[in-house]
Design a protein around this ligand. Sequence first.
Ligand code: ZN
Length: 198
Amino acid sequence: MRLVCFPPPQLSSNGFSLLSLSSPFRSAFSVASVLDPFPLFSRVILSQAMEADIQFMQEALAEARAAATAGEVPIGAVLIHKGKILSRSGNRTIRDNDPTAHSEMVVLREAARHLGNYRLADTTLYVTIEPCSMCAGAIIQARVPRLVYGADDPKGGAVRSCFEILSHPCLNHHVEITAGILAADCTSILQSFFAERR
Ligand code: ZN
């Protein structure tokens, strides 16, 4: 597993004060500075990739907001295939009376139907919150090559917070992972949703 984190968690020893800033663009800037002795060049490469990640995460956030409006826990996901959105959804567990209807599961099912294949090659899954163990399992079953998520879930995240399912050494399938894209936005939607219900 290759885990890319924005901002990267353990770079403070190098004294990059930019890491403490919340803007994802500034985070990319600082990652580039750390990874490459030619920061200007790396900055261009990273910011192009980041731009796409941010754009698709904003689409996932739109799904999360729509889920909140429908009374669902506001988590959203989109699945990208060859640069285009193939499927998109928020959580649907309450509406569908379906404990498996997390946003990731819904978009994986829909995408597989579209493609006529349960193996989702050439796709990237964007989700606002770190996937749970069920969704991590589905990502492996579908052979999704890349996962991008927003905020960590300390109460059930199965990428790195509570379990590290996607990087288990027994697995043959390796998922490229990018974490922390628009993390503050992804968390604040959840927090305001639950605050309103207290
Ligand atoms: Zn899940």
